[in-house]
Design a protein around this ligand. Structure first.
Ligand SMILES: [Zn+2]
Length: 407
């Protein structure tokens, strides 16, 4: 896990060196991505497959040839290739989309530092040895003990703010043997609802902040690329992002909520493929008038997509799975099914918040009802011994059986 520290590169020369490393990492990443996209199944017979190892060899050759590339840090450049390899691994594991080219104007730039030499210099400050830049000072904003445990670091420039993230060994996952099992339903009005009736809300923009943001983004989209005015709007957007710190607030919320849940329960999470849910609405061509597209609800869908992405579902599930055992269950009809009698129909859901079963009249908060369904499905999937929840399910079944026999 990494911790983020705020760096403050003091002198111009240091800043230049850090920027150079970012530029090189981006260049290597883009070249590596282009090289990988050459490979096609039809070429497999006469060209060797491009791997991270072959690309490292190519990098060594390129460094021998170009002085300006040799002036950069080997580790940072190799780190970019490793990051690219990771991106492809994630893509083939269906965890993320196809890797994209990085822009100089992108919101986030960064590079990796290995062979870590980092130390505390006073109560609030530390310094890290960066190749070609010397000792760069930073402000410690997380636990000081993490500095000793760190194995590598990543220096990044995000919205005009330099940060150092120190990578530390992950905390072992909690075992789900003694804690109760909870179902988790992810939603838009309530970001997270648990089966025991609790709600968690991800931090978001207020209406005014959202308005300013959208206004700036609209202005940006109208301005000519490469113009001075566009740069000015971009800087304004970056300052707004920095001041509101939405990404920081959301990250903080995710860490605190997942830690809380991991300490309290053994969880079950709905299995929602987020990339699939947040696709844009398909245009519906009008068959009688070619070239005409009647309304398809695209705007409403975009709004919903934005709300889904703002609820941080993906990052939440990822961090939760890193902290505890999580069972993924099929998500179909969890919001329409009655957790009392199992009756499924869309009319069960009276409104966003109210669930009233048309079959048995059971009434509950709609999100809590869905979370209970998720929990029950996790029990059904994990009934075999050796499953993550195996023992607990056996216990609960035994309890259920004895109650019946006594009655
Ligand atoms: Zn019912």
């Amino acid at each position: 896990m990494s911790i983020v520290q705020r760096a403050c590169p003091a002198e111009g020369a240091q800043l230049d060196a850090l920027t150079m490393h970012c530029d090189h990492a981006r260049l290597i990443d883009n070249l590596g991505l282009e090289q990988r996209s050459w490979w096609t199944p039809s070429r497999r017979h006469f060209r060797q497959k491009i791997t991270v190892a072959s690309q490292m060899r190519d990098l060594t050759e390129a460094r021998a040839e170009f002085d300006w590339l040799r002036a950069g840090s080997t580790v940072g450049q190799q780190g970019a290739l490793r990051d690219l390899d990771r991106a492809f691994t994630n893509f083939f594991a269906r965890c993320s989309g196809y890797p994209t080219f990085k822009k100089r104007s992108g919101a986030r730039q960064g590079f990796v530092v290995r062979d870590l030499a980092v130390r505390r210099i006073n109560r609030k400050g530390g310094e890290i040895l960066v190749p070609k830049a010397g000792r760069v000072r930073f402000r410690i904003s997380r636990a000081r003990t993490d500095i000793c445990a760190a194995t590598s670091a990543r220096i990044a420039l995000t919205n005009g703010r330099w940060t150092v993230s120190l990578t530390t060994p992950p905390v072992p996952r909690r075992q789900a043997s003694t804690t109760p099992v909870v179902g988790i339903d992810r939603g838009v009005a309530n970001s997270i609802a648990t089966s025991d009736g609790r709600m968690f809300h991800a931090p978001g923009f207020s209406a005014g902040e959202q308005g300013r943001f959208v206004a700036l983004q609209r202005r940006l989209s109208r301005q000519q690329k490469g113009s001075a005015n566009r740069d000015r709007t971009k800087a304004k957007l970056a300052r707004l992002r920095l001041r509101l710190r939405l990404a920081d607030r959301r990250g903080d919320w995710i860490e605190q909520t997942t830690t809380h849940i991991a300490n309290t329960y053994a969880a079950a999470v709905e299995n929602l493929p987020i990339w699939y849910l947040t696709r844009r609405a398909k245009p519906k061509p009008d068959l009688d008038n070619p070239g005409v597209f009647p309304p398809n609800g695209g705007r409403a869908k975009s709004g919903l997509n934005r709300a889904i992405l703002a609820s941080c579902w993906g990052k939440f599930a990822q961090r939760l799975a890193q902290k505890m055992s999580v069972v993924a269950v099929p998500a179909v009809y969890t919001s329409q099914e009655c957790s009392n009698c199992g009756h499924i129909c869309p009319e069960n859901r009276e409104s966003q918040a109210v669930f009233r079963c048309q079959g048995c009249g059971f009434e509950h908060h709609a999100d809590t009802n869905a979370a209970i369904n998720v929990r029950d499905r996790a029990f059904e999937i994990e009934h075999q011994p050796g499953g993550i929840l195996g023992d607990r399910v056996c216990q609960s079944r035994k309890r259920a059986a004895s109650t019946v026999s006594v009655a």
